[in-house]
Design a protein around this ligand. Structure first.
Ligand SMILES: O=C(O)[C@H]1O[C@H](OP(=O)(O)OP(=O)(O)OC[C@H]2O[C@@H](n3ccc(=O)[nH]c3=O)[C@H](O)[C@@H]2O)[C@H](O)[C@@H](O)[C@H]1O
Length: 441
């Protein structure tokens, strides 16, 4: 039995009318089928478009992670939301304000400088790989503090050339304050390659990105008092010999001074190198003597005090963090513009090196007695001869040049500076060493 529909389309007795009607029905159906096909194709096209956008986004973030695999903590960057955060953090609030990329922004000096720049109205974007050289939770706490001031820190490694190039594409940085480094003089014996990775390879990767950027930023970066090495003329002046480093750390910082000179010479990058002298203070580095002495003294554990040959006490030109921050900002303020563009130098650019010290060396036993007074606890001391592990017997900065050209003038002595440090330490860790209790600077 045929259905009505079949009757209409395939009449048992063919006739003109029936054939005409059948053709009409066919045309309607074809039109209907054609429009459904077009809709179907459009739907397919839209699905394909969405799928390729999503997979592109995932490719960008996956490749970011792959290309920055040298960082000990997984980095993540890329995507529209990430770019929005970077741009917002980079925007300045004062007229003619700077836009500064601060590397090592979750570090000791980096976090202080980032806050100081932000507070005066400059735009700041941080970069840090949050490695575990010392307790990353301290770095995370500094990051939270910066984040509460709307400063964004990109989690990534200096050696990630794609990330750096992306950052310079997204933001026309006026300055780079390069503070990321593998620090510590004695750790170089244990892990020499980490110094080459950060202080040499990472520096070159950063300078490559800076010289290709348009506009080229001015670069201010952290060298070290350790470059004076075995120099025994005091106080250490920028014109003294720096070709006898005593540690691999010092050698990589000295190499950094030569490498930055090359980029200044070939590409017209404006360069300022700052030789920091044993910087200390609140939110400091737990690998430094004043910090771990404090922890040990409070815990009733012995500390080891190194002594030089002939029972001579070691001495350092300990410099308080706020003085260093003022020196860094003054360096940014007085930095000349880079002269290159399109990867080519258009004229000579500024190249400067300054000592940033306190000009008042203090012996290690005196440092310990100041700590004992502030902590109100007696230290258990073990005095031994300084091992041959990269240490130098003393440091003492001549800061005449920084005073003349940067208006640099340290104002905090070790007594006052350690008092501020101890106050912060006790509020952050409490007496029990079980963890942070406060995150206020
Ligand atoms: O100015 C710099 O460029 C460097 O400063 C800092 O190095 P240093 O001046 O060596 O500071 P730090 O380790 O605190 O030792 C201080 C004193 O304590 C003595 N010291 C150390 C350890 C110990 O167990 N006993 C001891 O007596 C030790 O012999 C020394 O006399 C930074 O860490 C470094 O990254 C870099 O920035």
């Amino acid at each position: 039995m045929r259905t009505l529909m079949e009757e209409e389309l395939f009449p048992s007795t063919p006739g003109k009318v029936k054939i005409e009607r059948a053709h009409q029905m066919n045309r309607q159906l074809n039109r209907c089928f054609a429009s459904t096909s077009i809709m179907f194709l459009w739907a397919l096209f839209l699905i394909a478009l969405t799928a390729s956008y999503l997979s592109f986004q995932s490719f960008v973030s996956t490749s970011s992670r792959l290309f920055s695999s040298s960082s000990s903590s997984a980095s993540s960057w890329g995507g529209l939301q990430w770019e929005r955060q970077v741009r917002a953090s980079a925007s300045h609030r004062r007229s003619s304000g700077f836009t500064v990329l601060v590397t090592g922004a979750a570090g000791f000096v980096g976090s202080h400088c980032s806050l100081a720049l932000h507070k005066r109205g400059d735009g700041v974007v941080g970069l840090d790989n949050f490695n575990s050289y010392y307790d990353p939770s301290l770095k995370k706490a500094r990051q939270s503090l910066l984040s509460s001031h709307s400063i964004f820190i990109v989690n990534g490694d200096l050696n990630d050339a794609r990330l750096l190039s992306k950052l310079f594409d997204v933001v026309p940085f006026t300055h780079v304050l390069h503070l990321a480094a593998q620090a510590g003089v004695r750790y170089a014996i244990e892990n020499p390659s980490s110094y080459v990775h950060s202080n040499i390879a990472g520096l070159v990767t950063l300078l490559e990105a800076a010289r290709s950027a348009d506009p080229q930023p001015a670069v201010v970066w952290a060298s070290s008092s350790s470059v004076y090495g075995l120099n025994d003329k005091v106080p250490f002046s920028e014109s003294h010999r720096t070709d006898r480093p005593a540690s691999l750390y010092a050698a990589t910082k000295k190499a950094g001074e030569e490498i930055t000179h090359t980029y200044n010479h070939i590409y017209g990058l404006s360069i300022t190198g700052l030789r920091f002298f044993t910087v200390y203070g609140p939110w400091g580095r737990p690998d430094m003597a004043y910090f771990f002495f404090t922890k040990a003294i409070l815990a009733g554990k012995p500390i080891t005090i190194f002594r030089g040959r002939d029972r001579v006490d070691l001495a350092r030109d300990f410099t308080y963090i706020d003085d260093i921050v003022r020196g860094c900002l003054a360096s940014l303020d007085t930095a000349g513009k880079s002269t290159g563009s399109g990867g080519k130098k258009r004229g000579p650019a500024q190249y400067r090196i300054f000592n940033l010290g306190n000009t008042a060396p203090v012996t290690v036993p005196t440092l310990v007695s100041i700590l004992e007074r502030h902590l109100k606890v007696k230290a258990k001391k073990n005095v031994i001869e300084m091992p041959a592990n990269g240490d130098v017997p003393f440091t003492h900065a001549n800061i005449t040049l920084a005073m003349a050209e940067l208006g640099y003038k340290p104002t905090t002595n070790l007594e006052i500076g350690l008092k501020k440090f101890v106050k912060w330490y006790l509020s952050y860790y409490g007496f029990t060493q079980t963890g942070p209790t406060s995150t206020n600077l």
